[in-house]
Design a protein. Structure first.
Length: 348
């Protein structure tokens, strides 16, 4: 463990580098921060911090920059006394409530707000629909051979899929099937709609066995093919604002990675399920983001984690601000989805 003087010097270096993006020298630290020690002492301590792996010296510059190890120490140990309280959360909540509708829309708005406040690229995962409970299912006729299957989940997701049918069913018949399905599968997880449930439904409503036999496999197949539809991002090109990404090829590699929804979804789903998760630099498994930090927070419905929201940007990140904003927004999303008004809007 570093002694108190080394910690103060390292914290000062990190603060300055986050703000200015320039290698930090001992004279600057001595002049700018009241640490009570000479420039020579600071220089010696910086040399020790470099030997310990907390600082690196780019090129032949006299200054040093923090390493991933330094940022990890900063986040885990030094940030407790340096956390910024985010005071605009009620205004954001009010704004999102004005946008109230399907939860996907609220999440899209949240991603935009998060990117605007932090100036980093924001990412958000909507609830995994196959791990959601069914609130309502409705079959709506489109023409003689097509039926629109509308699924509403308890946590506010609405998904539509088109079903082809062999026989012409009237609106009343489809409504009868819808009511029957709601009476049997309401409250079930979509992932539990298996062969046993399908066969049980067919036995109970034999007259419409062909339609029922087609619905459940089609719904599961449709949802499997749209796994990345519940991933949102905003502010992707903001990466160009940072000097670390003045290299166009490096910036393009970052943008290409963010646009690959499968990779981003895999990255977010594998960051753990703690209230707040922070991955710094080489802690990220993808080469394209090994110079980035990823900060995510989970949001929940009735105490169960159902999604994530967060930001990704250079390791020279304003951790205090970002952690506070991401945490606060995740809390707001949890509160909105649990609200009585929102539940009434969804017809619960």
């Amino acid at each position: 463990m570093l002694d108190e003087r080394k910690l103060k010097i390292l914290q000062a270096i990190i603060h300055n580098y986050i703000t200015c993006a320039e290698p930090v020298g001992s004279r600057l630290i001595s002049k700018k921060y009241s640490l009570g020690v000479s420039s020579a002492t600071i220089r010696n301590e910086m040399a020790d911090l470099e030997d310990l792996g907390y600082l690196t010296q780019p090129h032949t510059s006299a200054g040093r920059v923090p390493s991933d190890k330094a940022y990890r120490l900063y986040v885990d140990k030094l940030l407790k006394n340096d956390n910024v309280k985010f005071n605009s959360i009620e205004a954001i909540k009010d704004f999102l409530l004005e946008e109230i509708g399907e939860f996907d829309r609220i999440l899209q708005s949240s991603a935009k707000i998060l990117s605007k406040i932090t100036n980093y690229t924001s990412l958000a995962i909507a609830p995994q629909i196959k791990e959601s409970k069914i609130k309502h299912i409705q079959l709506v006729p489109v023409d003689k051979t097509k039926v629109l299957v509308v699924i509403v989940t308890e946590n506010g997701l609405v998904k539509n899929t088109l079903l082809r049918i062999d026989n012409n069913l009237s609106y009343d018949q489809l409504n009868k099937i819808s009511n029957f399905l709601n009476s049997r599968i309401k409250g079930h997880y979509i992932s539990d709609l298996n062969k046993d449930i399908e066969e049980s439904l067919i036995d109970e409503m034999f007259k419409f066995r062909k339609t029922i036999k087609n619905i459940i496999p089609l719904v599961n197949q449709s949802l499997d093919s749209h796994k990345t539809d519940n991933l949102y991002s905003d502010g992707v090109t903001k990466i160009f604002d940072f000097p670390e990404y003045s290299d166009i090829d490096k910036a393009k590699a970052f943008i290409s990675f963010i646009e690959n929804k499968s990779s981003v979804l895999d990255m977010l789903l594998n960051t753990g399920h703690d209230d707040i998760e922070i991955r710094i630099g080489k802690e990220n498994c993808y080469d394209e983001i090994k110079d980035c930090s990823l900060i995510t927070a989970t949001y929940s419905f009735k105490g169960k984690t159902i999604g994530k929201i967060g930001v990704i940007g250079p390791t020279r990140m304003e951790y205090s601000k970002v952690i506070s904003v991401v945490k606060s927004l995740a809390v707001v999303l949890s509160e909105i989805i649990d609200m009585d008004d929102y539940n009434r809007y969804l017809g619960r």
